[in-house]
Ligand binder design. Structure first.
Ligand code: ATP
Ligand code: MG
Length: 256
């Protein structure tokens, strides 16, 4: 298996606060890798660095062995990397279908703003994109939300819409920041199935999540952060029994 992403001695400060500290890790192509750790450990900061919203103070991020941290943040989706946000970035006044259509426009040749220039082509393309959006809604088990406005549905369902939008861009690597937050047991089960389906597409999944049962079930590899530092790394059965991880985050209830 090849690695698709890796960091080398990645470091990010916010003033005097060390949010990511000398962090090196690999993510294998086609794998499900979880990043866990206490609140403020630097997990979202890491996603912001990978997706180019923040620039590291030092160290490197490589995607398919090429520098990623030197790219502009708007170039990164076109390289096959999609993400979701812990605090959603969705369009409340649009319908759910339209929100998901936004994910498809990374592939669109005429582009979202060219309608005035080439109306017919745009209309055909828009129809195709709408059909694809519906396809991905069925794929993610949210087709019951068709036709609704985003603001009409609860926050945790909006998160599923955001995940669907990311999946609809057909990324090679997807970063999910707390996808299960606020979901009930049944919804979490559906999400788990969807994550496996995303992986079956060949997509590599990097997930930040506090639902430890979910993390332990789906991850092949877990990286544990604490105050920006990697304190443990390995398969679930190793990480859940790691003394440092038990002490700072998991407690002994997950140990076997
Ligand atoms: N833009 C920023 N400016 C200043 N400090 C920041 C910024 N972003 C994050 N931080 C700080 O960096 C640290 C890491 O934050 P981060 O959001 O990455 O944590 P996290 O692991 O995602 O936590 P949580 O589990 O609560 O989401 C925290 O102390 C946070 O307050
Ligand atoms: Mg976070």
């Amino acid at each position: 298996m090849e690695r698709i992403l890796n960091t080398e001695n990645l470091t990010k400060h916010f003033g005097g606060l060390l949010a990511i500290s000398n962090l090196s890790f690999d993510v294998m192509q086609g794998s499900i890798t979880a990043i866990i750790g206490p609140n403020g450990a630097g997990k979202t900061t890491l996603f912001n660095l990978i997706s180019g919203l923040l620039k590291p103070d030092s160290g490197k991020i490589l995607y398919k062995e090429k520098r990623l941290d030197t790219k502009k943040h708007w170039e990164i989706p076109h390289m096959g990397i999609a993400r979701t946000f812990q605090n959603l970035r969705v369009f409340a006044n649009m319908t759910i279908t339209e929100n998901i259509m936004m994910g498809r426009y990374t592939h669109s040749s005429s582009g979202i703003f060219s309608c005035a220039l080439n109306l017919k082509r745009y209309r055909n393309e828009e129809r195709d994109i709408r059909e694809r959006a519906h396809y991905w809604m069925e794929f993610m088990n949210i087709d019951s939300l068709k036709g609704k406005k985003l603001k009409e549905i609860p926050f945790e369902k909006q998160r599923l819409v955001e995940i669907t939008r990311a999946v609809a861009s057909e990324p090679e690597l997807i970063l999910l920041d707390e996808p299960a937050a606020g979901l009930n047991v049944t919804e979490t089960k559906t999400l788990t199935d969807s994550i496996y389906k995303i992986r079956e597409l060949g997509t590599t999944i990097l997930i930040v999540e506090h639902d430890i049962d979910l993390v332990m079930e789906i991850s092949e590899r877990i990286i544990v952060l604490n105050f920006g530092e990697k304190i443990a790394e390995g398969p679930p059965k190793i990480v859940r029994n790691d003394e440092k991880v038990i002490a700072v985050y998991l407690g002994s209830e997950f140990a076997e």
